[in-house]
Write a protein that binds this ligand. Sequence first.
Ligand code: DGI
Length: 152
Amino acid sequence: MSTEERTFIAVKPDAVQRGLVSKVIERFEVRGYKLVGIKIIQASKELLAKHYEEHVGKPFYPKMESFMSSGPIVAMCWEGKDVVKQGRSMLGATNPCSSAPGTIRGDFGIDLGRNVCHGSDSVESAKREIGLWFKDEELVNWTSNQAKWLQL
Ligand code: DGI
C-alpha cells in the first residue's frame, strides 16, 4: 500500500451520459495526480446507502438514490500530494450554480441534483469510500515517470 494520500472521485451518471468522463480524468492527470484505480459500475442501492450514510433519511435522499442508480458511474482512486483537499477544490462547491468557473462543477454543471462528480471530503472519508468502491487488488501501485518533475 502506498503512503501517498489517496482520494475517491466518482463521475456521476449525468456526466457519464454527457460524455464528460475524459474531461474529469484530464483535470486530475494534468494537475499531476496519479490514477491508481478506475472502473465503471452500476451502483446498487446498498452501496449508495453506505456511501451516503450521512444523507440516508434526508428529504432529498430518494431522488438522489434514484439518480445515482440511473446509469453507470465511473469510480476512480487518485493519488498524490494533498489530493483530498485539492480534489475538492477542483470539483468546486456542491451546488454547481455556486461553483467558481474553472472548477469541474462550475464548468460543466448547473443543477445541485446533477452535479457531475463526487470527491471525498476528508482523508478519513477517502479511506472509507475507497474501501467501499474498490477491492484492494483493484488498486495499482505504480511509479510515474513524471513524479520527479512534479515535486522535489
Ligand atoms: O460532498 P458533496 O457532494 O459536495 O456534498 P454533500 O455530501 O453535502 O451532498 C452529497 C450529494 O447530495 C451532493 O453532491 C448533491 C446531493 N445533495 C446535497 N444536498 C442536497 C442534495 N440534493 C438535493 N436535491 N438537495 C439538497 O439539499
